[in-house]
Design a protein around this ligand. Structure first.
Ligand code: NAD
Ligand code: ZN
Length: 247
């Protein structure tokens, strides 16, 4: 089947749905220069140790944790939304997509114009104080770390932990909202996720019309109505074009 037929089929499913949502993962942001976890050759797991991304590792030595993460934080803070993020934002504006559920922590959906975003693994925009539990904005995270300054709470000088879900931690309240959103969705557009990180990776199971845009295979490929193995930006812009040319 030609590529354009896949796009047309995906657009038709979205158009015929009552409540379509998107579920995105690190793969939607690789075209913005942020590595994902599992792509062969470029994924973070090729050179990083997953044990460094645990809550135990953070608690053991927060300062060392921040130093290890600095190169990745630099890349994330310099990244800009790509055509994939922008296409999803436009689909939301036009009423085709109700919500973007993202596993990403990079805020690129919001920067790309999406308004209804559920961040099931949190974000780097804020950090919570380990002493007084208050939330602080992390606007100048990289700037402070590069100057060797501690990230401390503005209320009590306690240590700040970024509000991202590290391995071994509970998920934020957005996950419950995402679960409810998945339950009421009759169409889910999965973009750039291996669907291997639980429990976010289980969300597609509640939805009968699945569209998957991903280079690699996922455990849900056999249940999907369309699987598109193409760059997320190109595929999403193509689907958007199909949607807008019809209306
Ligand atoms: P993953 O690395 O497990 O899977 C990413 C998938 O995207 C892979 O299957 C890969 O084949 C595919 N992919 C990569 N680039 C693509 C492209 N341009 N077009 C289409 N497909 C592409 O990522 P995951 O499922 O999101 O799970 C990793 C976890 O780590 C998540 O919690 C995620 O939030 C987090 N993470 C986030 C970021 C970020 O915020 N940008 C970056 C790395 C990891
Ligand atoms: Zn504090």
């Amino acid at each position: 089947m030609p590529f354009s037929d896949y796009l047309g089929r995906a657009a038709r499913i979205i158009r015929e749905s009552r409540h379509a949502t998107a579920l995105t993962g690190a793969g939607i942001s690789t075209e913005s220069g942020i590595p994902d976890f599992r792509s062969p050759g470029t994924g973070l797991w090729e050179k990083e140790d997953p044990d460094d991304f645990t809550i135990e590792s953070f608690n053991r030595d927060p300062k060392a944790f921040y130093v290890r993460m600095l190169p990745l934080l630099r890349v994330i803070s310099a990244a800009a939304p790509n055509p994939g993020h922008k296409a999803l934002a436009e689909m939301e504006r036009l009423g085709y997509i109700k919500t973007v559920i993202t596993q990403n922590i990079d805020s690129l959906h919001q920067q790309g114009g999406s308004e209804k975003v559920l961040e099931v693994h949190g974000s780097l925009r804020t950090g919570t104080c380990l002493s007084c539990n208050r939330q602080n904005r992390l606007d100048d995270l990289v700037f402070f770390l590069e100057r060797g300054e501690d990230l401390s709470c503005r209320h009590c000088s306690g240590v700040l932990k970024p509000d991202v879900t590290l391995f071994g931690e509970e998920l934020p309240p957005d996950f419950q909202k995402a679960y409810r959103e998945a339950m009421r969705s009759d169409c889910m557009l999965v973009v750039g996720s291996s669907l291997q990180v639980a429990p976010a990776g289980y969300l597609p199971r509640y939805c009968k019309n699945l569209i998957i845009i991903n280079y690699g295979t996922t455990p849900y490929d056999d249940f999907a109505r369309v699987v598109i193995r193409a760059p997320a930006g190109e595929a999403l812009q193509g689907i958007l074009k199909e949607l807008t040319s019809f209306s």
